[in-house]
Design a binder for this molecule. Sequence first.
Ligand code: NI
Length: 175
Amino acid sequence: MAVRTIITEGDPRLRQKALRIRAVDDEVRRLARDLWDTVRAASGLGLAAPQIGVLRRIIVVSIPPDYVEEGDPGVELTLINPEIVRASGRQVGLEGCLSIPGWYGEVPRFMHVTVKALDLDGREVRVKGSGLLARVLQHEIDHLDGILFVDRIADRSTLRYIPDEEEEPAAQAAS
Ligand code: NI
């Protein structure tokens, strides 16, 4: 178990482009385990390797059961070299980031995306997501290119600070 430190805005590593992973080996699988330990410890919906200071193209998505609505099974994904290959529609919704703790803003995103990636066995997978899953996928893939959600907001003064104590879980999804 290795919960890693999540770096925050201002750290130059969050602004760099992460490198493609050439081979899905034990080192990559260890990195994936660290991402999972860290995202769970932070109760995040997702995490990208640059957020723990590792400039490699790997993300995890962790949407708990019943999060979107009652009876929803939840989503757990580990995606290597993820790429959006199809995108359509539009949604605007509240978004936060574990690397910008406490701050939330209304971010425009595609409503539907299809992502091509490798899984932990190095096999090619395609993931289709809509709504929240599409939002988290876009947010995490942005991290791999050094993009933060605040870059997608025209006016940064519209950001809201919602401290952790004010439990408003559905609105406080950070990744
Ligand atoms: Ni984030």
